[in-house]
Design a protein around this ligand. Structure first.
Ligand SMILES: Cc1cc2nc3c(=O)[nH]c(=O)nc-3n(C[C@H](O)[C@H](O)[C@H](O)COP(=O)(O)O)c2cc1C
Length: 216
């Protein structure tokens, strides 16, 4: 028995006619240029949290899982993130070498889906990026382990506060690392309520990309 009184009917996102419509004949060569532009468009249309995305991973046996993470940068050929490498997602990305990312922006009625290969940043790069973080973020990453049972909340909070107050530099815990997803496929989706929704699919072809319109 459903909790709500009835099953909802499908509601299509509304159109956003302030935006340039996705045109498969005029997309950039590099899909990450388009992704970057769509993040900017989402922000311009009021999305305060345009870079919170869903990151999906899979166990080697094929059991999927997903969670929200922050996309920290869009580079020429990669998306940059940070996480606990010993978390479920971290272990799964190390084991399979692959991940997928999904985002939908209500403000622009657009969505992007990415699949790609995972590349962990080396220790020097992770050290430099950790050193640039806010001290509170550094301290929380030092005392808190994703997914571990919370056994002694008071003790954890005491260690967190002591670290914050110590005045000493906080070293990056070995498990906290940055990583890149180097996409091999990227799909852009845009709502067109009065007609058929638009989709453009990019596939990596060696060092270059091919793109085509696909049915939505
Ligand atoms: C808005 C938001 C942003 C988040 N950003 C990150 C992030 O950038 N990196 C991260 O590891 N976890 C982030 N988290 C926490 C994850 O969603 C998740 O709870 C945690 O990483 C453990 O995931 P796992 O056990 O599936 O590996 C964020 C959660 C939310 C709701």
């Amino acid at each position: 028995m459903a909790k709500s009184a009835s099953v909802a009917t499908v509601v299509f996102p509304r159109d956003n006619d302030a935006l340039e419509r996705l045109d498969h004949r005029a997309v950039p060569r590099n899909p990450l240029d388009l992704f970057d532009g769509w993040i900017a468009d989402a922000r311009d249309h009021g999305a305060g949290e345009a870079t919170y995305v869903t990151l999906a991973t899979s166990s080697p046996e094929g059991v999927p899982s997903s969670r929200t993470v922050q996309l920290l940068a869009v580079e020429e050929d990669a998306l940059v993130f940070t996480t606990n490498a010993d978390s479920r997602k971290g272990r799964e990305m190390t084991a399979t070498g692959r991940a997928a990312v999904s985002v939908y922006w209500e403000q622009t009625s657009r969505s992007v889906n990415v699949t790609g290969v995972v590349a962990w940043a080396d220790d020097d790069e992770s050290d430099a990026l950790f050193a640039a973080e806010d001290r509170g973020v550094q301290a929380s990453r030092t005392v808190s382990f994703h997914g571990e049972p919370l056994r002694d909340e008071a003790e954890q909070l005491t260690r967190f506060r002591a670290l914050l107050a110590s005045g000493e530099p906080i070293a990056r815990p070995a498990h906290w690392r940055w990583f890149r997803i180097v996409p091999d496929a990227v799909t852009f989706w845009e709502a067109v309520p009065e007609a058929l929704n638009l989709r453009v699919h990019y596939r990596r072809d060696g060092r270059d990309w091919t793109s085509q319109a696909v049915q939505s």
